[in-house]
Ligand binder design. Structure first.
Ligand code: PGA
Length: 253
């Protein structure tokens, strides 16, 4: 059986290396005994190496990576640099990067291609901005197809798709999670696109996880009624106790 996936996106937190080390250590200790869930955490680049050195049970990755291995790209961190610091996965196309940093579909496709073709796992985030049902399929479908433009079928075994409706992200004022039932419908649609792009075997094997205000109370329902392969957790992932509890519930449901 495939392991369920629990990803913690720390975003721009915490504010010191000391706190990052403490958080990583607590999460690592808390999930050490879980057999049925793969737990991944994505600290800020600047803490990556220290966090990698600190953990033994969780996988560590980054929240973004540039598509060239090195070069004149001021301020950027490449997939190659992240890899050499111990990252095993990269989150690509997170909505906060699309919105605040102006990341385009083309940039996201380049990043995903670079990550997947260099042996790392890619967690591709897609999701509509507004809660308008009739638009979900077209927005999500367009984002997915555009991101996969350069992705090779042979590399798809390292892809994870995270469905994260932007309106459901905990940092958006007045937000709340999607319902598991509606998230399940979108996940099914995502699977259909993956199958039509990569064939039944490869396409249907790509895990689709849900993100957007996942917490201790609702994590299990996204696995059960939402039929997700796992969850991507933002806000609750920087609370070690809550994140560990989410991982336990996802592993045990
Ligand atoms: P949230 O964030 O769990 O705080 O809603 C999810 C994300 O933005 O990845």
């Amino acid at each position: 059986m495939n392991k369920r996936i629990v990803i913690g996106n720390w975003k721009m937190n915490p504010s010191s290396e000391k706190d990052a080390v403490t958080l990583a250590r607590r999460v690592d200790e808390g999930v050490g005994a879980l057999k049925r869930a793969a737990v991944l955490i994505a600290p800020p680049h600047v803490f990556l190496r220290r966090v990698v050195d600190e953990v033994g049970h969780v996988g560590v990755g980054t929240q973004d990576a540039f598509w060239e291995p090195s070069g004149p790209y001021t301020g950027e961190v490449s997939y190659q640099q992240a890899k050499s610091a111990g990252a095993e996965f990269v989150i690509v196309g997170h909505s906060e990067r699309r919105i605040y940093l102006g990341e385009s579909g083309e940039m996201i496709a380049k990043k995903l291609k670079a990550v997947l073709s260099h042996g790392m796992k890619g967690v591709l985030c897609i999701g509509e901005r507004e809660r308008v049902d009739r638009e979900v399929a077209s927005v999500v479908g367009d984002q997915l197809l555009s991101a996969l433009e350069g992705a090779a079928k042979n590399d798809i075994g390292r892809l994870i798709v995270a469905y994260e409706p932007v309106w459901a992200t905990s940092t958006v004022a007045g937000s709340g999670p999607d319902t598991p039932q509606s998230a399940a419908k979108t996940a099914l649609y995502i699977k259909k696109i993956l199958v039509s792009r990569f064939g039944t075997a490869a396409g249907s094997a790509v895990p689709v996880v849900y993100g957007g205000s996942v917490n201790v109370k609702n994590a299990e329902s996204f696995m059960r009624e939402g039929m997700m392969a796992g969850v991507l957790v933002g806000g609750a992932s920087i609370d070690a106790k809550a994140f560990v509890e989410i991982a336990i519930r996802v592993a045990d449901f």
